[in-house]
Design a protein around this ligand. Structure first.
Ligand SMILES: C[S@@+](CC[C@H](N)C(=O)[O-])C[C@H]1O[C@@H](n2cnc3c(N)ncnc32)[C@H](O)[C@@H]1O
Ligand code: SF4
Length: 458
């Protein structure tokens, strides 16, 4: 067993997922669209801008999953989706005219909501639009999130024709009782069929999202789900901890608290899933909630110390700027994070005025950059080269981070990290607590309240 239940109990507390640093709750309103436009232009006027990543948020879903924590909109009105696509086009056109013409896109991701709720011809048209406005590298990693329900072979064919080479399916749990309780019925056969189609059509990487901690999940049934998943053999698995935040997501009240596994049971679900995936399944544990087959590029990146982290979690691509389109989408510029407005009316109104639909933003300070570097190195490489940080940022590491290092003492005693003068190393079991290790270096953490800003660290 890689991870001890006592340690999980000890360290499991609310904490950021560090898809950005500072984390999104610290972004502030008031960043002017003109400022963002000027930053994008300036980034593209530099002699050798880094490659680009793109993200497109497609918020629409056919039905509501009661557990959902995503930024989504349930609709049955095709004209609503068509209107959104028209405005996406305006936003993409607005940004792309500032982008240096030979700047390659090495990564594109469509997330949601449910991108495959678009009709096949809409998938083709939107990709066509992106290709007209940006230059894609021939080996670009192009991924889409897909809901097995309502997914036809024509959708998958359209996605492949459009150039998608990675797909992630929302599987969550295969047990019928759990599926009923979360309002998301998708029989095993359906998941098996779409997985087979995706393989036949040549997607290079198939990923499943699973959630533990859902209503009515019990060990025996969850073991069955995990074994069924292992049989279906996706290349990657994200095993998310159910974030139950009914004060933020009102519809989660449709899930009665007494249906949820108690904390000790939830922990057991997680530990058993890890055990089955890494032994019977032969998956490697990457970090946080990610698992991958040993031959998957993510496993190779872990071995080679090239793993990266972005808003979708772990990735093999880094060192890019990220331009994100659609409501709630977050861009990562050289010097700032920028999050788009959250609602359709605000989004349409901004674009009608010819403005970028900026909601919140954050301009990084030098201290943020330093801490971001440290946190991302720990999150991705599970190792921090102290002299490298000192050279790059011109600091005395031990003096600058005296508080953080004191916090690591207990983690060291618990076998999660090893500290030597020149290096901090996260141990194999420490990878399960990587958010806790990173939190020691986070200058923005606030005292935990009973309505925490973040989900639990494990
Ligand atoms: C945008 S959805 C994936 C695509 C598609 N909408 C679907 O559900 O199949 C992103 C993933 O976030 C995860 N997720 C959503 N709400 C969550 C919550 N409250 N706690 C943990 N994971 C959650 C689910 O695993 C889901 O598949
Ligand atoms: S989990 Fe996916 S399909 Fe379900 S409501 Fe959320 S975004 Fe939509």
């Amino acid at each position: 067993m890689l991870v001890s239940p006592a340690l999980v109990e000890k360290y499991n507390r609310p904490g950021p997922r560090y898809t950005s640093y500072p984390p999104a709750p610290h972004f502030r309103p008031g960043m002017a669209p003109e400022t963002v436009a000027a930053m994008i232009r300036a980034d593209n006027e530099r002699p050798d801008p880094e490659p680009l990543s793109l993200y497109v948020h497609l918020p629409f879903c056919r039905t509501l999953c009661y557990y959902c924590g995503c930024h989504m909109i349930v609709t049955h009105r095709p004209e609503k989706i068509a209107r959104y696509l028209d405005y996406l086009e305006r936003e993409i056109a607005l940004v792309s005219r500032w982008v240096a013409p030979d700047r390659p896109v090495v990564q594109l991701h469509w997330g949601g909501g449910t991108p495959t709720y678009l009709a096949p011809e809409q998938i083709l048209a939107l990709m066509d639009l992106l290709r007209r406005h940006f230059r894609f590298a021939p080996d670009a990693e192009i991924g889409i999130e897909a809901d097995p329900r309502g997914l036809t072979r024509a959708h998958l064919e359209a996605a492949r024709t459009a150039g998608f080479n990675r797909i992630s399916f929302g599987v969550q749990d295969l047990d019928p009782t759990v599926q009923q309780a979360i309002n998301r019925v998708q029989p095993y056969e359906q998941v098996a069929r779409i997985t087979r189609w995706a393989r036949e059509l040549g997607f290079e990487s198939i990923s499943y999202d699973l959630i533990y901690g859902l209503p009515h999940q019990h060990l025996t049934q969850f073991e069955r789900t995990i074994r069924q998943v292992i049989d279906l053999g996706p290349d990657r698995i994200s095993l998310f901890s159910y974030a139950h935040v009914p004060w933020k997501k009102k519809h989660q009240r449709l899930i009665r608290e007494e249906w949820l596994p108690r904390p000790a049971e939830k922990l057991q679900l997680f530990l058993r899933a890890v055990e089955l995936l890494t032994t019977e399944g032969g998956y490697r544990y990457i970090g946080m909630d990610h698992f991958a087959r040993p031959e998957d590029p993510l496993s190779r990146a872990l071995d080679e110390g090239t793993l990266q982290r972005n808003f979708q979690g772990y990735s093999t691509h880094g060192g890019t700027e990220l331009y994100a389109f659609g409501i709630s989408a977050i861009s990562q510029l050289r010097d700032a994070y920028v999050q788009n407005v959250l609602t359709l009316p605000e989004y349409y109104a901004a674009l009608d005025r010819g403005h970028l639909p900026v909601g919140k933003g954050y301009v990084l300070t030098d201290e943020d950059r330093l801490r971001r570097h440290v946190i991302m190195a720990l999150m991705c490489h599970f190792r921090l080269d102290v002299p490298e940080v000192e050279r790059r940022f011109g600091i005395d590491f031990h003096a600058h981070f005296a508080d953080a290092l004191a916090q690591l003492e207990e983690m060291e005693a618990d076998g999660l990290v090893v500290r030597r003068p020149d290096v901090i190393e996260v141990t194999e079991s420490g990878r399960f607590f990587i958010r806790n290790v990173a939190m020691a270096f986070d200058a923005y953490l606030q005292a935990t309240t009973d309505r925490p800003m973040y989900s639990q660290t494990v």
